[in-house]
Design a binder for this molecule. Structure first.
Ligand SMILES: Cc1cc2nc3c(=O)[nH]c(=O)nc-3n(C[C@H](O)[C@H](O)[C@H](O)COP(=O)(O)OP(=O)(O)OC[C@H]3O[C@@H](n4cnc5c(N)ncnc54)[C@H](O)[C@@H]3O)c2cc1C
Length: 439
């Protein structure tokens, strides 16, 4: 009899694959506890995957792969305090719909809503907004299944030290069973999207990024253009884009047309700079008002690989100019815009925004691009000179040795990991690399 071939798991970008020894689909916390105990008895590793939207191997395992697709209900909603408790597998998309039904919303969001809440907070997922933190800063409670199968209730009163660290836990401390989030009253965003000369944006970067609540821009490589997005919180009535306009803005322009640009660019790289120049001039100003999550996030149909670095916000203009010089110097045509965002500082040990007003610079290449190492290592070397912290779910070349000094509370995280997972039950090769071996 031929041996059965293990079923492969792959992430969204398709650049990470693994062959788990088993696929589990728990539907209750009791299932999670039983699974961890059974895995301990069999001495195999355990890894929860969220939506597989990390670009790194952070969710990979050769042990038990835990899929929380059947564990994503809202358990409790308190519109008075805005506190909402959910099972850890819920997607941000579904959560936003549920919150809206209760007149609530997430305070801030990144570009997409496909992620699970547990996966998103575990990697310090963030959006943009000089006065707003990442998703983890809004987590006020959780229940954590640890390596010995016990369940820790964590909130401001009970196990507050665990809550503090586990908000950005990289999946290394245990399985998040439930998450309690501090939502805010529902709000709308007034979006203005327009192309501007990138030098104008950088000339007063601080002023531009604080000009309203949520500001970001994309520099288009090989051009002097930035595609800017400024979202202002408002209670004004919705003035959504017409469905056809929405399809054009979200699907056709950035996805289909952009996908075409990438495919043509992959075949004929030298055409990229010319095609890129057409991108900003083809985009007209977009101005609309809609529910916050509909403005923060949009669909992504063109797949890519991404690296993102968090650096002190004030270093961004210089760092971005160095990336611009790098792109000119390496002479490799880059078809994807470089994204720039900011967030407020926070105090979470392994948050990329720990202790400093943070600027984020993200570089991307089209899925399947072979030779991107020179670009990504070049960008990483620039970010290293600012004490850059890589997004835990996006590509980078760092290790525990290079990262430890960039996080003032690194040792506290490691001590918590030794306490909760002394044998490395939740470890994998990525965690061994970026955190070192457990225990
Ligand atoms: C198209 C695209 C756009 C993106 N946009 C942004 C953005 O705007 N801002 C940003 O910051 N990031 C962004 N990301 C990155 C993404 O938010 C993170 O990688 C996030 O972790 C993905 O969530 P996920 O549910 O897919 O988790 P996965 O990638 O599946 O898992 C991430 C980690 O969480 C752990 N995990 C999942 N569930 C649990 C659980 N219940 N208990 C313990 N650990 C758990 C996993 O084990 C793993 O360690 C983007 C990614 C893509 C592909």
């Amino acid at each position: 009899m031929p041996k059965p071939v293990p079923k492969l798991w792959s992430n969204w970008a398709g650049n990470q694959q693994c062959a788990p020894s088993s696929w589990e689909r728990p539907a209750s916390e009791a299932d999670l506890v039983a699974l961890v105990k059974e895995s301990a008895a069999q001495d195999r590793r355990v890894k929860v995957v969220g939506a597989g939207h990390s670009f790194t191997g952070i969710a990979c395992t050769d042990g038990a792969l835990v899929d929380l697709a059947d564990y994503g209900r809202v358990l409790d909603t308190d519109p008075a305090t805005g506190r909402v408790t959910v099972q850890a597998g819920i997607s941000l998309q579904r959560l936003c719909v549920e919150l809206d039904r209760h007149g609530l919303a997430l305070d801030n969001m990144g570009d997409i809503a496909y992620q699970s809440i547990a996966g998103a907070t575990s990697t310090a997922t963030h959006g943009t907004g000089a006065q707003h933190g990442g998703l983890a800063t809004r987590i006020v409670g959780l229940r954590l299944v640890t390596a010995d199968g016990s369940v820790l209730e964590c909130n401001e009163q009970e196990n507050a030290d665990v809550l503090d660290v586990a908000r950005v836990g990289l999946g290394a401390l245990g399985i998040l069973s439930t998450v309690t989030i501090a939502a805010v009253p529902a709000f709308r965003l007034h979006a203005i999207e327009e192309a501007m000369p990138v030098d104008d944006v950088l000339a007063d970067f601080e002023g531009f990024m604080t000009s309203t609540d949520h500001v970001e821009f994309y520099w288009v490589p090989h051009t002097r253009w930035a595609l800017t997005k400024r979202n202002t919180r408002t209670q004004d009535g919705a003035r959504p884009r017409r469905r056809t306009q929405e399809l054009m803005d979200d699907l056709i322009a950035p996805n289909l047309l952009f996908g075409l640009l990438c495919r043509v660019g992959r075949r004929f790289p030298r055409a990229i700079p010319r095609l890129a120049k057409a991108l900003p001039s083809a985009s007209s100003t977009v101005d609309y008002i809609d529910r916050s999550d509909k403005v923060f996030t949009s669909p992504r149909h063109v797949r890519f690989y991404e690296m993102e670095y968090a650096i002190p916000a004030e270093a961004v203009p210089e760092a971005l100019n160095r990336v611009r010089t790098l792109v000119d110097r390496i002479g490799v045509p880059i078809s994807f815009p470089v994204e720039v965002r900011v967030t407020a500082p926070d105090d979470i040990p392994l948050s990329t925004a720990h202790g400093r007003r943070t600027g984020y610079i993200a570089v991307h290449v089209y899925q399947g691009t072979k030779a991107y190492d020179q670009y990504f290592t070049g960008v990483e070397a620039i970010m290293d000179s600012y004490g850059g912290r890589p997004h835990w779910g996006k590509l980078h070349y760092q290790s525990a040795a290079t990262l430890a000094g960039r996080y003032p509370r690194w040792d506290e995280f490691q001590a918590m990991r030794r306490r909760l997972d002394p044998e490395g039950r939740f470890a994998n090769p990525y965690l061994d690399r970026v955190l070192g071996p457990s225990g």
